[in-house]
Design a protein around this ligand. Sequence first.
Ligand code: AMP
Length: 175
Amino acid sequence: MDLTSIIRTIPDHPKPGIMFRDITSLLKHPAGFKYAIDALVNRYEKESFDFIAGIESRGFIFGAPISYALGKGFIPLRKAGKLPGETVSQEYELEYGTDRIEIHKDAFSRGARVLVIDDLIATGGTAEAAVKLIEKLGGVVIEACFIVDLPDLGGANRLSKQGIPTFSLVEFEGE
Ligand code: AMP
């Protein structure tokens, strides 16, 4: 199935020059959504790992059904101030300013093997922050996976230079 034709593009969102890859058109496409989830379930069903960590908020939509299908626990990596328990946080750069994501301190035990998931990797700043959070708690990131990679923005390269493998279902080149 050609997911690139199911993921719609909204030009100039949220600002001029950005080609926004909108996964809501995939989510409402029953066969397309099923295909995307099944493809990731197939990829990871023989891997040895303990948890899936999804990045707020679109990482939750894809991470939860994959966790369910594979019988793994799901860990939400949330925007600052949302998690109710004791947290560890990690700042990351945005184009203008910084943002912060958090994980519960007791999310998993040291040595846990974790798969990170988000909808899309662009510069890789968000995914790198997710990896740092998991590593701060003594976890091992087995891979970071995405529905969409924008390879020209270098995110997958950035993670692989740090020894973190990445996987994506589709790529949109030229941005
Ligand atoms: P980055 O930290 O640069 O890799 O950006 C990744 C995060 O920003 C993901 O959570 C994406 O949902 C969002 N994002 C960045 N660029 C785009 C884009 N062109 N279309 C849709 N979402 C994007």
